[in-house]
Design a protein around this ligand. Structure first.
Ligand code: NAD
Ligand code: DAU
Length: 372
């Protein structure tokens, strides 16, 4: 079946994996990647698929409603996978306006363009789909009730660091300007279903890691710093817990849910893979040092405890049982394998990293860390 799908934010980290998967897997689809190319957007993430006949890139701001509506009309769009967003919590603490603008108003702009275009067609919403990619951070923070970690935890009876998980029923309770803006966007998406009958789906995923992640986020930043023997700034005591998922597994879940998910549903996506920041950093140091042939633990002294992130959420842990039971999705990679692949990718793609870590980014990084 032929489809014309907009993927917003396709030049970013997760978006580039979703674009690659769809362009390669569905030659009968036309994939239109709409991205503003902010500091986080990078067309080098897609250089292996740029010449494919079923792929088009359009540089546009999702907040620019008239341009977005024109894109819907020009390409006769029948599906949307919406990833474009400001995505970094630390930036949202410094500049909340940009997050409200892109994440809330930008999402509203895409929704309204889809509504106007789809309602103008004879078949209206039939065969259409608006899939919004959200985050587990909208649920707030879970308590660290097992601070020492429980290696014998039963996945469904509780995680290694606490009894509770985020489920699809968990009340929204965002704490950062980033997660507040994502929560606002999720509410707008659901409102468009409930008010206008738009066939929407929302998913909330845990922390992703893997190739092409912008090096302001923990894993690529630390791999690069270990490689160059630069300090590793750990916020607070490093006790915060995150639930990590390999990005290709997220992209595969998105593919499955876009095609098989039920309209108006929410699905949580995660791999039952909780780690304390300090422990994940030790794994990164060991892995980089081993691959580079350095003595074991040679770089442990790079660990530097710095002032905590304001409002730092203690623990995220996703229960993705619904997605497993209803659609049969499970992550394909074990964490050890995913981290090994990820570290090797960054070490093998130093030119990709060097292109980013220069100019404006360097100034940003200095300003973020000089006062810590
Ligand atoms: P990213 O920051 O790497 O990429 C965001 C992309 O959106 C960039 O290409 C950027 O240029 C584009 N963009 C930003 N503002 C835009 C605008 N106004 N108009 C058009 N394009 C714009 O983000 P990511 O980590 O790939 O996250 C993608 C989505 O997934 C986001 O919605 C994020 O909230 C969500 N998410 C991320 C994670 C994670 O761990 N990274 C986990 C769960 C959900
Ligand atoms: O949970 C999903 C979310 O995961 C996504 O919605 C966000 O877009 C994505 O950025 C990510 O948010 P986090 O804030 O969890 O990711 P980050 O990589 O910024 O930080 C991970 C943890 O590491 C967090 O507890 C803060 C800590 N950290 C981070 C950085 C960059 C440090 O201790 N030092 C650092 O330098």
């Amino acid at each position: 079946m032929k489809r014309n799908i907009i993927i917003t934010g396709g030049a970013g980290f997760i978006g580039s994996h979703v674009v690659r998967l769809f362009v390669n897997k569905y030659s009968e689809y036309h994939i239109v990647n709409v991205d503003k190319l902010t500091y986080a957007g990078n067309l080098a993430n897609l250089k292996d698929i740029v010449d494919k006949p079923n792929y088009t890139f359009v540089k546009a701001d999702i907040c620019d409603f008239d341009i977005i509506l024109d894109i819907f009309k020009k390409y006769q769009i029948d599906g949307v996978i919406h990833l474009a967003a400001e995505s970094h919590v630390d930036r949202s603490i410094k500049d909340p306006f940009t997050f409200a603008k892109t994440n809330v108003m930008g999402t509203l702009s895409i929704l309204q363009a889809a509504k106007i275009y789809w309602e103008s067609l004879p078949e209206k919403y039939e065969g259409k789909r608006f899939y919004h990619i959200s985050t587990d951070e909208v649920y707030g923070a879970l308590k660290l009730t097992k601070p020492l970690g429980d290696p014998n935890c039963n996945k469904c009876g509780g995680g290694p660091f606490g009894e509770e998980f985020f489920t699809e029923e968990t009340r929204y309770s965002p704490h950062s300007p980033y997660s507040a803006a994502k929560a606002g966007s999720d509410h707008f998406v659901r409102a468009f279903h409930d008010t206008y009958g738009m066939p929407t789906i929302v998913t909330n995923c845990s922390n992703n890691y893997g190739p092409y992640q912008f090096p302001e986020k923990l894993i690529p930043l630390f791999i690069n710093n270990i490689c160059h023997r630069k300090p590793l700034p750990i916020y607070g005591k490093g006790e915060n817990v995150r639930d990590w998922l390999y990005v290709v597994d997220h992209a595969q879940a998105i593919d499955l849910i876009f095609h098989k998910g039920k309209v108006a549903e929410t699905y949580n996506i995660g791999g039952f893979n909780e780690w304390k920041n300090i422990d994940i950093i030790k794994v990164l140091i060991k892995t980089v040092d081993r691959i580079l042939g350095r003595p074991e633990d040679a770089d442990m002294d790079l660990i530097t405890f710095v002032t905590d992130r304001a409002g730092h959420d203690m623990r995220y842990a996703i229960d993705s049982t619904k997605l497993k039971n209803e659609l049969g999705w499970e992550p394909s990679l074990q964490f050890e394998e995913g981290i090994e692949k990820t570290v090797r990718w960054y070490l093998d793609n130093q030119a990709w990293m060097d292109n980013i870590i220069s100019g404006e980014y360097e100034k940003y990084y200095e300003s973020m860390y000089s006062n810590r």
